[in-house]
Design a protein around this ligand. Structure first.
Ligand code: GLA
Length: 385
């Protein structure tokens, strides 16, 4: 059940098969799960994600043609891109992440050479585990390596977020790319998205994390996400605040605002409080409190923020029915509208709980979810080269 990450040798073989020689460099950037704190990053709030042992690998060598050749093992096609010229706009194909990151490097005055590039990933696409951020961060890491430049971690996260906004069309916050860069083995990362500071927090040995993916579609993810962003902005305007930290429960209860905006605001305010309490519980090794906060977070995302869906609710209910048998807590993770749930549990019971989750979900749906164990991994880096 444990999700094996790709081995660098798999990447070397795939590159050799495609390009007829070995790569000069291989880099990796991880996907992430968010333990708690969703839809708070773009509100300048708190989040507690961890980088996971599923990542995106990029292998490269100097180009043999006058342009770069970009291939991904996930697709059959290949795209040629000239990295020595600017790419101010996306073209709508699989190389847009490459164009976007290359263009931001050019914007920063860093000239790139042309390369043969192969992408291989063990982060499932469309599961809400930040496959997109992992790819952008891996490409930025590749370009740092081949140009001998080292961007500051925050600058690199901003660069990748800019590409996500301008080339991939998601108006996301900073969480996914930042944790893919600064993640640390055996640690979660508490991020203050207002000051953009972060603190690694050790994950106790007694905490195991299962990811459960139903394979359901995330059709509404892009439009729903943008709508929630607008709603929180309107709620802040209605409350006459610049910073969500200036809003408390009493102010929320008394402000004459639209009921929908009040619920969105209530989620943001309470979720921020929960993240800080969860970080504290994690530090103290109080996994029962952490689990309780996760269940509360899910309920808030379901009822107040309305970004969950039936399948995620069924998964979390199934996990809740196993409370007391090794499950501490569960919640949807990430943007929602489909995607994954995470279940915090006792490591010695992972297999049993995974099995019970699969069976419990199958009884209430026609699908068998994929369940895998993740551990916290280091952020992006060079594997060889
Ligand atoms: C997506 C976005 C993140 C964050 C989460 C919700 O993953 O990319 O910036 O907003 O949704 O917490």
């Amino acid at each position: 059940m444990t999700a094996p990450d790709i081995e660098p040798s798999d990447c070397t073989s795939a590159f050799a098969k495609r390009f007829g020689r070995v790569p000069w460099v291989i880099v990796r950037a991880p996907g992430r799960v968010n333990l708690i704190g969703d839809h708070t990053d773009y509100c300048g709030g708190w989040v507690l994600p961890m980088a996971i042992d599923r990542g995106t690998f990029v292998a490269a060598a100097p180009a043999t043609k006058p342009v770069s050749t970009f291939v991904s093992t996930a697709f059959d096609s290949m795209v040629e891109v000239d990295l020595t010229v600017r790419h101010p706009t996306p073209l709508g194909d699989l190389a847009d992440p490459l164009r976007g990151v290359a263009d931001r490097f050019a914007h920063a005055g860093i000239a790139l050479p042309n390369l043969d590039i192969l992408v291989m990933s063990s982060v499932p696409v469309g599961a809400g585990l930040s496959s997109s951020a992992a790819l952008l961060v891996a490409l930025a890491t590749l370009f740092e390596t081949v140009t001998n430049q080292c961007l500051a971690q925050l600058e690199k996260a901003h660069l990748c977020r800019e590409v996500e906004h301008r080339f991939l069309g998601t108006p996301c916050g900073i969480m996914d790319m930042l944790v893919s860069i600064v993640g640390r083995r055996a640690h979660a990362v508490l991020i203050d998205c207002e000051s953009e500071q972060w603190w690694p927090i050790p994950i106790p040995r007694e905490l195991g994390i299962l990811v459960v993916h139903t394979g359901g579609s995330r059709e509404l993810a892009a439009s729903g996400y943008a709508r929630r962003l607008d709603e929180t902005r309107t709620a802040a305007l209605d409350l006459h605040v610049q910073r969500w930290r200036d809003v408390d429960e009493a102010m929320l209860a008394n402000a004459p605002i639209d009921p929908l905006h009040r619920r969105r605001a209530r989620h943001v305010v309470r979720e921020n409080t929960r993240v800080l309490a969860a970080a504290d519980a994690l530090r103290r090794g109080d996994l029962f409190t952490l689990g309780q906060l996760m269940f509360e977070s899910h309920a808030s995302l379901r009822d107040d923020f309305e970004v969950s869906c039936d399948e995620l609710d069924v998964l979390v209910d199934t996990a809740a029915s196993l409370h007391g048998t090794g499950v501490y807590g569960a919640r949807m993770t990430g943007g929602g509208f489909g995607g994954c749930a995470i279940v915090a549990c006792e490591p010695s019971r992972l297999e049993l709980i995974a099995c019970a989750l699969r069976n419990g979900f199958r009884e209430r749906s026609d699908r068998t979810p994929q369940v895998f164990h993740v551990t916290a991994s280091d952020g992006s880096g060079v594997i060889t080269g």
